[in-house]
Design a binder for this molecule. Structure first.
Ligand code: GDP
Ligand code: MG
Length: 271
């Protein structure tokens, strides 16, 4: 686990060893979308390809400009000769303090083996990464989960580290009416951060194991989620119930979005 600093994605790419410019099977159609910049290695790949195949370059440029309009959704795309696609998405995890955001992200990340009983308040932003394979495809989504502090006094400082978001996971505590009511404030903040751009998201009611203390009914939460365009899930990080479902659902939604964009690009490409 590392503390997230808002590094340029090109640097991230270099640090994680983006192989698109190397000789070998992994080549071509590598598109970097953030801050209007292609990463240095991808640009290199495009130039190399440009000398050899003019039509492919045109396609690559078209891809860039179209996906660029939707930046914030798709971080990087690289296509392998085996038609495997790896996507990278930044998923923001927000909600009031102590609703169980960190517990959920750790359970997801550790495949259900790490539940922290003692509360240790997140005071900044924690970054966790997990690769999710998309069923019935060769594709996968690398989810970068940005677990952000829920305490109001810390939110402003944390927001600077959110960066450009692809996905949203908004969490409340089923035993706290207040944490549910505050979800609308969280939505406003996220909308403002994304400049009104819609990103796929889920609403998660956590601590379903504490059924005797439930203050928010399923129907109420579901209805509100619908008005916000969010999928609704209930989880118990403590009892390992449904913990993976929200983030897996988001990875799939992100992949579907990629496929839609890809079709748009293919329709634009010269025959
Ligand atoms: N009963 C119960 N407690 C939980 C659950 N998830 C988290 N907690 C507890 O709630 C407290 C706050 O959890 P944490 O993940 O740190 O909340 P965060 O501030 O939203 O990140 C901790 O004491 C956790 O052990 C859950 O599903 N059920
Ligand atoms: Mg936390």
């Amino acid at each position: 686990m590392t503390l997230f600093t808002s590094s340029h994605p090109a640097n991230e790419s270099t640090a994680t060893g983006c192989t698109c410019s190397q000789d070998g099977p992994i080549k071509h159609l590598c598109v970097w979308l953030l801050r209007d910049a292609l990463c240095p290695c991808c640009r290199g790949a495009s130039r190399k390809t440009a000398k050899k195949k003019k039509t492919k370059t045109t396609e690559s440029r078209a891809s860039f400009s179209v996906i660029n309009e939707t930046r914030g959704f798709i971080y990087s795309v690289w296509t392998l000769s085996t038609l495997m696609v790896k996507l990278r998405a930044r998923c923001l995890l927000v909600g009031d303090a102590a609703v169980g955001k960190t517990a959920l992200s750790h359970m997801f990340h550790s495949d259900g083996t790490l539940f922290q009983k003692n509360y240790s308040m997140t005071t900044g932003v924690e970054l966790l990464m997990k690769c999710v394979n998309i069923p019935e495809t060769n594709n996968s989504v690398e989810l970068y989960i940005i677990d952000s502090a829920g305490k109001q006094t810390l939110v402003e400082a944390c927001e600077k580290m959110w960066g450009e978001l692809s996905l949203l996971c908004l969490v409340f505590d089923l035993t706290s009416e207040q944490s549910f009511a505050n979800c609308s404030h969280w939505m406003e903040r996220v909308h403002a951060h994304c400049h009104g751009l819609h990103i796929p998201g889920v609403l998660v009611g956590n601590k379903s194991d504490l059924s005797a203390r439930r203050e928010v009914q399923v129907s109420v939460a579901q209805e509100w989620a619908q008005t916000q365009g969010l999928e609704y899930y209930e989880t118990s990080a403590k009892e390992m119930e449904n913990c993976d479902a929200p983030l897996l659902g988001l990875a799939r939604a992100f992949h579907s979005l990629y496929q839609e964009r890809r079709e748009t690009i293919q329709n634009l490409s010269p025959a």
